[in-house]
Write a protein that binds this ligand. Structure first.
Ligand SMILES: C[S@@+](CC[C@H](N)C(=O)[O-])C[C@H]1O[C@@H](n2cnc3c(N)ncnc32)[C@H](O)[C@@H]1O
Length: 259
């Protein structure tokens, strides 16, 4: 019988996304809901449909990867980044530009927030942020840089005033000065090679979807990607269980340092 396992294999062949590395119960429930919404009869029927219907295929990918984001998500943690972690990093790099990566950046809210924060400590022309996501469509949206008020609700006013222009009733455009500082590219955390030499990596609100084994592998890869003294900033429900086994030191909640 064609079940979730067969479906996962077909999805891997079609998309390169390995569903077996995502938590099964949660993923299965989401996909079943999508199948029901499209009034299809089951996994096999659904695979047939995404093979022939390009729009459904794109919808499926976006739906799978859950793109919710917002600027300055979890403000208390951004304050820790600003007041505790950044001064340390700037001291460590001693004038060299910081190498920063926002992994699984979704609509760009996170890398753009980083640019605004970093530009408080250095001229904005010296800031660059690498931003990656598995979802190509969402990266295109990120590059457009247009947001609604809800995405901006947690962002301090000083940034809103300085870096956004209101272009519609509930539509705000980010300034080119910020936009130019972010380099977007597609990257699959579960399959692609990781670049090295990073001083700061943010990877937030994506690990929750992965199996324990996949998470462990990703954290090890981040460790290798960081320079000594480098910082990994994780999501608010994503604290690492075996951080010391990997080699990280945890100095504040949600922040891990490579000694
Ligand atoms: C909930 S968003 C998180 C956005 C942002 N980091 C934040 O915390 O607001 C999760 C993102 O992870 C991306 N994602 C899912 N699986 C991925 C993978 N294997 N590799 C890279 N990105 C992935 C999704 O496309 C989605 O944009």
């Amino acid at each position: 019988m064609y079940g979730y396992e067969e479906f996962s294999k077909d999805v891997f062949r079609l998309t390169g996304i390995d569903l077996s590395l995502y938590k099964e119960r949660q993923m299965k429930r989401r996909i079943e809901a999508l199948i029901a919404r499209h009034k299809l009869s089951g996994f096999q029927d659904f695979v047939g449909a995404i093979k022939t219907d390009k729009d459904l295929y794109e919808d499926f990918l976006s739906y799978l990867t859950i793109n919710v984001s917002e600027f300055y998500r979890n403000p208390v943690q951004w304050k820790t980044l600003e007041n505790t972690m950044l001064p340390r990093l700037l001291q460590k790099t001693n004038g060299r530009p910081l190498k920063v990566w926002s992994a699984a950046c979704s609509t760009g809210d996170e890398p753009y927030s980083l640019v605004m924060l970093l530009a408080k400590s250095m001229p904005i022309e010296r800031v660059t942020v690498d931003a990656t996501d598995i979802d190509k469509q969402i990266l295109e949206k990120a590059q457009q840089g247009i947001y609604n008020g809800k995405s901006l609700k947690g962002l301090p006013d000083e940034y809103k005033k300085k870096y956004f222009e209101q272009i519609g009733r509930d539509s705000f455009k980010i300034s080119d000065d910020v936009k130019k500082r972010v380099k977007f590219r597609q990257h699959n955390l579960l399959a692609d090679k990781y670049q090295t030499g990073y001083d700061l990596i943010l990877c937030r609100n994506v690990m929750i979807y992965f199996t324990e084994e996949a998470k462990e592998e990703i954290y090890r890869n981040f460790y290798k990607s960081l320079t000594p003294g480098g910082v990994l900033f994780v999501g608010s429900t994503e604290q690492m269980i075996h951080s010391d086994e990997i080699g990280f030191k945890s100095e504040a909640s949600f922040f891990y340092i490579k000694p």
